[in-house]
Structures are given as C-alpha cells and as structure tokens.
Design a protein around this ligand. Structure first.
Ligand code: PNS
Length: 164
C-alpha cells in the first residue's frame, strides 16, 4: 500500500492544489491532504475551515482523506503511517526551497521519499498568496479557486459581489 501525504497551508485551496490532488491520487493507493496548523502565521481561514473546504472539494475522490498537523511533517507521517510526500513544482523559483525540505525530511527519516509533480501549465503562476492579494483588491479570482469559495474569500476582505 502506497500511502502519501500532500502537505500544505491551503489558505485557501486553489485550482492548482486541486490539480495536484487529482493527479497524485491516481498514482498512490491512499492520499492524505495534510493541512498545516501554523499558529505562528496568521491565516485567512482557520484550520477547521480549511479542512472543511478541502473535504468539500475532494469527497468525490475515494482514496483521498483530509487531516491536519502541527510540528514536524515527518512526525505526522509516522503517526498516519505514510512514507511519500507529494509536492507541486511550479517554476525554478520553487526548486531550492523544495529541495531543502525534501532532503531534510529524508535525512530525518530515510523511509520518506518526496515525489514532485510539475504543475499543469495553466496553474504555473498560481499560489494562495496571489489569490489573497487579488481578492483583497476585489480582483477576479474565478480562474484561481473553486467557484464555491469565491464569495467566502471576498467576504473575508469585506467585499460583497454587488461591490465588485
Ligand atoms: O505549501 P506550503 O504552505 O508552503 O507548505 C509548507 C509545508 C507544510 C510543506 C512545510 O512548511 C512543512 O512541512 N511544515 C511543517 C514543519 C516541517 O516539517 N518542516 C520541514 C522540515 S524543515
């Protein structure tokens, strides 16, 4: 059984994340989306909200579940008995950071392997940070996030559809 984790902040989940989830769920037996509870960083959506939003979007994929963790990823992976980390690579700018994390995790636990999926071209520019920046100024985020999240994100910035 190949059990993998796709870790991240997912604040919020984007169409780029969904693309990685759909594609990676086809190459592993079980995929856990691991939402990071980073109390040091203020987030747009609470941990519970992020978990609920991801569950809402992934319920149709039978081998995907959603969990959350704080502390080290490798410790959480031991807890849930996962050995594969899935990460999306957008551009060369992601590479250095991702390489460092992948190598550190492998040193911490040699059974852990990181598998990188290159993002689909249409999402190669996309990040949760870009979504928040755009949304905070009332920009059109319909090409960036699942449709059901659009208003929930604008609401966080006090923007209603009518003001747009
Ligand atoms: O997509 P993100 O939000 O940049 O995800 C970063 C994440 C969650 C993969 C990374 O920050 C992480 O694994 N954090 C938990 C602490 C840890 O184990 N760090 C890696 C070793 S330095």
């Amino acid at each position: 059984m190949k059990k993998a984790i796709y870790p991240g902040s997912f604040d919020p989940l984007t169409l780029g994340h969904m693309d990685i989830i759909e594609r990676s769920s086809k190459i592993v037996d079980e995929l856990v989306i691991g939402v990071l509870n980073n109390s040091a960083k203020s987030s747009l959506f609470s941990l519970e909200e992020r978990v609920t939003m991801i569950k809402e979007m992934t319920h149709y994929i039978p081998n995907v579940t959603v969990g959350s963790f704080d502390g080290l990823l490798v410790d959480y992976m031991k807890e849930i008995d996962a050995t594969i980390i899935i990460r999306g690579l957008r551009a060369v700018t992601d590479f250095e950071y991702e390489l460092q994390i992948a190598q550190t995790n492998h040193v911490e636990n040699p059974n852990v392997e990181t598998v990188f999926l290159t993002t689909s071209l249409q999402y190669s520019y996309l990040s949760s940070t870009i979504v928040k920046e755009f949304a905070s100024h009332g920009g059109d985020i319909s090409k960036f996030v699942p449709a059901v999240f659009i208003n929930r994100i604008y609401e966080r910035y006090g923007i209603t559809q009518s003001k747009k």
